[in-house]
Ligand binder design. Structure first.
Ligand SMILES: [Zn+2]
Length: 164
């Protein structure tokens, strides 16, 4: 059967305002700056006994909890080969060549990604959402996460169950 149901949540509360900088072209590093990121999430799956793909309220709670973790934080990539990262419970120090930045630890979120591009933030959020859904014994067919970094500038990550 060629049928498909999906639900999408994209709410004003899925905005997180965060600081970051990325490295690009190997030897370039942006200045510290911020974005008002907006997130949308789509879940594709079959209908349950309520004729839901997934309960909207529960999905909104879940996404909101994850975007709240990133809100008003400095987004720090843990696996960027160009940064030297030192972190303890009090502070985070990032070094890139002769430049360095020091942040209070509680103002930072350390992310297991190589660069804080919208693409990798979308992939990270999708991974976290799948973890949370799995805790509720829910396994989507397809999970799509969009991260808009600036108006009209959105990265989209799609995870598919059948993919290797
Ligand atoms: Zn940026």
């Amino acid at each position: 059967m060629g049928e498909c149901f999906r639900v999408r949540v994209e709410k004003e509360q899925f905005i997180f305002c965060a600081a970051h900088f990325i490295t690009y072209e190997g030897d370039k590093c942006e200045r510290l700056h911020g974005h008002n990121y907006r997130v949308a999430v789509e879940v594709t799956g079959s209908l349950d006994e309520n004729a839901y793909v997934f309960d909207f309220i529960a999905l909104k709670h879940l996404v909101r909890a994850l975007t709240d973790e990133l809100d008003h934080r400095m987004l720090v990539p843990m696996h960027n080969p160009y940064f030297r990262l030192e972190a303890d419970e009090r502070e985070v120090v990032l070094r890139y060549r002769e430049r360095w930045w020091r942040f209070p630890r509680e103002d930072c979120v350390l992310l297991p990604i190589s660069n804080t591009t919208a693409e990798l933030l979308a992939q990270y959020l999708a991974h976290r959402i799948r973890e949370r859904l799995a805790e509720q014994n829910y396994f989507p067919e397809v999970l799509c996460v969009e991260v808009e970094e600036a108006p009209g500038q959105t990265a989209i990550y799609t995870w598919t169950k059948s993919a290797k």
